[in-house]
Design a protein around this ligand. Structure first.
Ligand code: THU
Length: 135
């Protein structure tokens, strides 16, 4: 059972699948889409953008998050990540750090082109986070 209402979940998964089609992934050929929902119901999407230096690659989740933050959004309710894999594609370490800082303990829904593969909260993905409370 998802923490996200079924109609919202379907819309977010569809948005993340669409965003995935914009991925620029000539090196890994691993296309990822993300859809981040603000608490006022807006959906901001992202895709991974790779670079010949490899290390400058931006993940779909970070693209969505930085787009949203740069447009003034500060409060988020859920993030959906889509890749074409049977196993869930969870956010990488740097994405977890940023999602925790700016989104808090939201559900992260992982899906592929057919179905939902997993849903975990940020606290499960990053159980002992480093954040501003420790500074
Ligand atoms: N990638 C994402 O965009 N999000 C994830 O959650 C996992 C990995 C991208 C980065 C890179 O372009 C490709 O997938 C392979 O690592």
């Amino acid at each position: 059972m998802s923490a996200v209402p079924p109609d919202r979940l379907a819309a977010l998964v569809a948005a993340a699948r669409d965003a995935r089609l914009c991925a620029i992934a000539p090196y890994s050929h691993f296309l990822v889409g993300a859809a981040l929902e603000t608490t006022d119901g807006l959906v901001v999407t992202g895709c991974n953008v790779e670079n010949a230096s490899y290390g400058l690659t931006m993940c779909a989740e970070r693209v969505a998050l930085l787009k949203a933050l740069s447009e003034g959004h500060r409060s988020f309710s859920v993030c959906v990540v889509v890749a074409d894999t049977g196993k869930p594609t969870p956010p990488c370490g740097p994405c977890r750090q940023l999602l925790w800082e700016y989104c808090g303990d939201i559900p992260i829904v992982m899906a592929n082109l057919k179905e939902i593969t997993a849903e975990l909260r940020m606290k499960e993905l990053l159980p002992l986070p480093f954040d501003g409370r420790l500074l």
